[in-house]
Design a binder for this molecule. Structure first.
Ligand SMILES: *Cc1c(COP(=O)(O)O)cnc(C)c1O
Length: 466
């Protein structure tokens, strides 16, 4: 054994302790650190990359080098005032689960291995209950909502094949001829998925939304489905990123008797509305979907990368993703995970979700969701009453979509964002042609004190750039 490696092995518990101390320190200082560190000047953005070490230095020195050179340049995205995109943190239990995922290093995709698959199935069952899905839905862990949407649409593609008497899994997407995928305000990852799946970005048909809303107009969807005969795919949206609008899922499902379509619902973070009795109506009807995308590294607050793909048609899922090899188990009634997901080998991704659900339960996660919603409402109210700002949409759930009231010029919004970035991080958007910013609440440790701090930082920044 290499001498440095042998030395590390001999003191492994010490090294893990040192790493634990470094992690605890990084987390304890989240609140003081700039939410996003000053952007390095273009000239020092890429310091000379270090050469590949010929002789290693051991874990302790590598840890010190990481902390000196890279850690200060990382954002505090695990912290309470990183409101960019829809970014969750990691609950203590989720973090513990994630560490143990690496420690056990399971490739949990086959029944020939240990109980990893069973742990994943147990976790999926809990998640199904959390989101009000019936046991007609099976689920599999994937790396994120983009992959969940891609897997869901891959199953939809195979379903189209059953309607047309072909198998895209065997014969290629070309066997389908032109395909239509209808949606009101789809997330950008839907177009990406269609590109990957060989259906093409142009197969996406934008259906008009309700006036002033991002929710699809069910009557317009009805007409769009009638316009072109043949089976179609409908992507319903449960929680859009700008205004967190929800399609009327029961109204969309009610079109089924008159049109032949696969219903995929992108509920990446909107599914979590089900945890709050006051908001559960938004995601009601999710169970009628043929496939559902839910992200976990957002509002469940498990570390990247984690999401679930639910479907009612595991048979078609296995047709798409089966990985026939002499050394792997047969498909059978409960196919091994290797036959159900895009990747073959994958980490025991379910463990972090299992830990946080086991540790905090439905009520613990309900509290996070409701506190985040209250935080978004409070920030929305604070900005709405400040003449410098205007809301671009009502705060429906956990996102505040806002702009500068007098001149929503993208350059000024960038200046505002950068001036506030040490205290609060928000991301740019365009809503109905107006440039704006969005603040998304999904971190488990965000409090009302953070909301006040964020509002103050945004107000100060607005005066600075005026
Ligand atoms: C975040 C998000 C996605 C993509 O999620 P990733 O985890 O980044 O792949 C898809 N759809 C919606 C509605 C989202 O909010």
């Amino acid at each position: 054994m290499d001498r440095t490696l042998a030395a590390d092995l001999a003191r492994l518990p010490d090294l893990l302790d040192a790493t634990r101390r470094a992690a605890a320190e990084a987390l304890a200082t989240l609140d003081e650190r700039a939410v996003v560190p000053d952007a390095p000047k273009p000239t020092d953005r890429d310091p000379e990359p270090e050469p590949l070490p010929e002789q290693g230095c051991g874990t302790e020195t590598a840890l010190a080098a990481f902390r000196a050179r890279w850690e200060p340049r990382l954002s505090a995205s695990a912290g309470p005032r990183y409101f960019g995109f829809v970014t969750g943190g990691a609950t203590p239990a989720a973090l513990a689960g994630d560490w143990l995922t690496a420690a056990h290093d399971q490739n949990s995709n086959s029944s020939m291995d240990g109980a990893g698959q069973d742990l994943e199935r147990e976790t999926v069952g809990w998640l199904r209950e959390l989101f009000g899905l019936s046991d007609a839905h099976t689920g599999t862990f994937v790396s994120g909502a983009t992959m969940s949407n891609t897997a869901g649409l891959a199953i939809a593609r195979e379903w189209l094949g059953t309607r047309l008497g072909v198998s895209p899994a065997d014969d290629g997407a070309g066997a389908l001829g032109p395909v239509r995928v209808l949606s009101g305000a789809p997330h950008s990852s839907i177009a990406k998925a269609l590109s990957v799946l060989g259906l093409g970005r142009n197969s996406l048909v934008r259906v008009p939304t309700l006036p002033g809303r991002e929710a699809v107009d069910p009557a317009a969807l009805d007409r769009a489905l009638a316009d072109t005969p043949g089976p179609a795919v409908v992507v319903a949206n449960a929680g859009t990123v700008n205004t967190v609008d929800f399609d009327d899922l029961p109204a969309v499902a009610a079109l089924r008797p008159r049109h032949d379509f696969w219903l995929h619902t992108d509920a990446a973070f909107g599914a979590f509305a089900a945890l709050s009795p006051d908001h559960a109506h938004l995601a009601a009807g999710l169970d009628a979907s043929d496939s559902v995308c839910v992200d976990l590294h957002k509002w469940l607050n498990v570390p990247y990368d984690s999401a679930v793909q639910f479907t009612r048609r595991r048979d078609l899922q296995a047709r798409v993703f089966q990985n026939a090899a002499a050394y792997l188990g047969p498909l059978g009634e409960h196919p091994d995970l290797v036959h159900l997901t895009p990747e073959n080998s994958h980490r025991l991704r379910a463990l972090a979700a299992w830990f946080t659900l086991r540790a905090y339960g439905r009520q613990g996660h309900r509290e996070i969701v409701e506190r985040n919603i209250a935080g978004a409402r409070a920030l929305g109210a604070a900005l709405a009453e400040d003449p410098a700002f205007a809301l671009l949409a009502p705060v429906r759930l956990n996102v505040v979509c806002f702009t500068l009231a007098d001149d929503p010029d993208p350059a000024r919004l960038t200046a505002l964002r950068e001036a506030a970035a040490a205290e609060v991080f928000v991301t740019p958007t365009v809503h109905e042609g107006t440039a704006g910013l969005r603040a998304a609440f999904s971190n488990w440790c965000t409090t009302q004190a953070d909301v006040h701090r964020a509002a103050r930082a945004l107000r100060t920044a607005a005066r600075e750039i005026a």
